[in-house]
Design a protein around this ligand. Sequence first.
Ligand SMILES: *Cc1c(COP(=O)(O)O)cnc(C)c1O
Length: 453
Amino acid sequence: MIPAPTSPSANADWLARSLAAVWHPCTQMRHHAQAGEAQHLPLIPIARGSGAWLYDFDGRRYLDGISSWWTNLFGHANPRLNAALKDQLESLEHVMLAGFTHQPVVELSERLAALTGGVLGHAFYASDGASAVEIALKMSFHYWRNLGRPEKREFLCLAGSYHGETVGALAVTDVALFKDAYAPLVGNPARVLPSPDARLALDNESAAAVARRAAAALAVHLERHGERTAALIVEPLVQGAAGMVMYDPEYLRLARALCDRYEVHLIGDEIAVGCGRTGTFFAHEQAGIHPDLLCLSKGISGGYLPLSVVLCRSTIHAAFLDDSTARAFLHSHSYTGNPLACRAALATLDIFARDNVLAANQRRAEQLAAALEPLAAHPQVRHLRQRGMIAAFDVMTDDPHFSRRFYRAALDHAALIRPIGNTIYWMPPYIVDDGEIAHLGAATQAALARALT
Ligand SMILES: *Cc1c(COP(=O)(O)O)cnc(C)c1O
């Protein structure tokens, strides 16, 4: 099904024009121009997508092993999502959400609330994940202020946490590469507490024991500083940008109890791990708890359009109800609650319900595990781990260019697998079939062999 090339050098044309005019994200642009060198990062013009595959202009294809930065759930150019969006385009593309409302935003809010068992019954919208994080932080602080407790203004995050790259979100992000350059801009940096990272197990310690150790550090901190703490923000079960760091649900149970005890909000950042990624629709379900504020984005629109949402408890919403406008949450973005994005999200939730996606993903996750199994014996592979539709392992190597070498080699084997440092992970769309999972396994093994020579 590879399309005929539009011209022999179509890729090269788009590549040159992009390098001249587009500033690409998360990239040292110079690396794109250094073909043949160890640090070279290829830039690939994509003509179209279909299912789990991306096609370039020269007819080569790549299996999207990381769901286009963790956004895509049901494949590219999904016919059902396309149909829903075409239908929505005919009636309403956008209207401001202050003073107006519309069918997709009402239905989406109702359905998301229902998915939390009605516990998080109010939905506030934005476009990107980082904006949702900023909203959650501001909402928490402003809630305490409205309650006459403005001293509760400190935030807590976990070692290795990633919550986005706007200045406010960087305050709760602990990834030096993204944060250090802007440290002088970050006004109120969060206190960083130990991560429950299961790899930190000592001797024969279980993952639950590591979680209890990390929670004990949280308890010590809250005992001393709980009065001044507004919220703890966590990525439930998997710290994505830290390198798919996985931890035991016990941490979330203990953190929930400590947050209750010290009157501190628990913010669940499920921007990456929500929408079925870890096996349950929300990752926090596996701990049997609810956060007070829940951030969603990425997969919520099926990977189609920028949409983020913060769900909160009615007690939080109620603390803003007053005659005074200053006590209201005055935050807004121009595209807040965009009807097209909300409609894509509704079509995404329809697919979850009609196709029983969570049950199907259980079998798919087992297939991912089986495809990863041969790597367990590799002498340089450590910490093979999996939670639902995320699988990862670390590679022992001193080569500073390992991740580039692997990335390029995987592309040569028709797979988009973009390591984080020395961590290689799979986070494919939920529609990958047996053959595609086998392809992912074979491409990973071949790319690993090449990157290590
Ligand atoms: C991606 C991500 C964000 C930021 O979302 P953007 O849409 O990229 O701003 C925040 N938190 C987590 C856990 C993420 O994975």
